[in-house]
Design a protein around this ligand. Structure first.
Ligand SMILES: Nc1ncnc2c1ncn2[C@@H]1O[C@H](COP(=O)(O)OP(=O)(O)OP(=O)(O)O)[C@@H](O)[C@H]1O
Ligand SMILES: [Mg+2]
Length: 377
């Protein structure tokens, strides 16, 4: 599964690759630039040589023309010249012609070289342009990845938290079912098995010893009463019907009666304001938060006294739950233990779903205070 951390790794890798590619392109571009400069210098040299050579060739042409004219003159006025002079004129004209041909072919070579160099220069220029283009494209991609993909990875993180929350809700539900199943198994189910056995025994007793039946029936009645009480308690824990019938404050009061008896913790419940019924979802949520807070008190706080103060105003209801127990460090919850804690998270979630505020203040040795308020219409 793609999670925020691996998304981050992927993005960082991509960014790293882009940086490397950018550097490689910088290298290529620098190399190309050097090459370009060398070829440009060479081209300058070649151009100079070509110009020089052209001058040279022009001069040679002049000389060749003169030599040719002289030769024509010599061959026309043959008789006026000595044989030696004639031969020299021939030689000279020929030498100049050979020299001229040599120079002309050298000129052609140089011109070809110049054209080649110019072509290379144009190619290198095009490459430089491309490299520059790529560098700027990569820069854009780089910025984009840096900004937008890290946003994506943080929203993946949020989605994951949501998913985690969903998972923890399902786990909490399963835990609750397990708890109820265990309670029924250990309580009413055992008692009922007992009742069946007792009833069979009483049936036999009726034949053998009818005087004792009355006594046995009384103890059977006690068993049935106890099972009924157990079942009522389980039903109450699942969903207190007083909550639906009478509202939040009576439900809390009723819960506290059992709680005090069961755990030997004194609970003081005070209420200010008008008891006006709230939407069912709000009542259930607030009841569960109080219940969870009190679960924590008997499980962790070792407190002797708890104060629950509720105030219902026209636009909001506030609840304060304060124990005189040993306190804890709220920031450290879940960090040191590998056991999963849902209580505080669930409380906060329930309040936040109602757009309310939830705050927990606790110091080791100084008890715990939970403050919450939920807007009402
Ligand atoms: N009133 C309190 N007094 C002292 N410690 C508390 C109190 N409430 C909570 N804690 C501490 O905070 C921890 C987290 O509480 P939380 O309700 O989230 O989880 P839990 O009670 O350990 O487990 P769960 O509620 O999921 O069964 C507890 O383990 C406990 O150490
Ligand atoms: Mg808890």
């Amino acid at each position: 599964m793609l999670d925020a951390a691996s998304m981050d790794t992927i993005i960082n890798k991509i960014i790293l690759h882009i940086k490397e590619s950018q550097e490689q392109i910088y290298d290529i571009s620098e190399y190309t630039q050097n090459e370009y400069n060398c070829i440009k210098d060479e081209l300058e040299e070649v151009k100079k040589s070509v110009a020089q050579l052209i001058g040279h060739v022009n001069k040679l042409r002049e000389r060749e023309k003169t030599a040719r004219l002289h030769l024509m003159d010599v061959s026309k006025n043959f008789y006026r010249y000595k044989e030696d002079d004639i031969k020299r004129a021939y030689d000279r004209a020929q030498k100049i012609q050979v020299e001229l041909a040599k120079m002309q072919s050298r000129e052609q070579l140089l011109r070809d070289k110049r054209d080649n160099l110019e072509r290379s220069l144009r190619r290198l220029q095009a490459m430089l342009d491309k490299a520059e283009n790529m560098i700027s494209h990569l820069g854009v991609v780089f910025d984009y990845l840096n900004q937008h993909l890290s946003a994506i990875s943080s929203s993946i993180g949020e989605l994951q938290q949501l998913q985690q929350l969903g998972v923890s809700i399902i786990k909490a539900q399963e835990e609750e079912r397990k708890r109820v199943a265990r309670e029924i198994h250990d309580g009413p189910a055992q008692l009922m098995a007992n009742i069946v056995m007792r009833a069979e025994y009483i049936l036999k007793l009726m034949d053998v010893n009818p005087e004792n039946v009355r006594k046995e029936l009384v103890s059977l009645q006690e068993l049935v009463r106890q099972s009924l009480q157990d079942v009522r308690k389980i039903i109450f824990d699942l969903r207190p019907m007083v909550l639906d019938d009478l509202g939040l404050v009576p439900a809390i009061n009723r819960y506290m009666e059992d709680y005090e008896k069961q755990y030997d913790i004194h609970v003081e419940v005070v209420f200010f304001g008008k008891q006006i019924r709230l939407p069912p979802a709000t009542e259930v949520a607030l009841f569960r938060v109080v219940q969870e807070a009190l679960n924590n008190v008997h499980k962790h706080a070792r407190a002797k006294h708890v104060l629950i103060k509720m105030e219902q105003l026209a636009n909001k209801i506030t609840i304060l739950i304060k124990d005189n127990g040993r306190g804890f460090e709220p920031e450290a919850v879940g960090k040191n233990s590998n056991r999963e804690c849902y209580g505080l998270i669930n409380m906060r979630e329930r309040v936040q779903i109602l757009n309310g505020e939830f705050k927990i203040t606790s110091t080791p040795g100084k008890g715990t205070l939970i403050n919450l308020s939920v807007p009402i219409k």
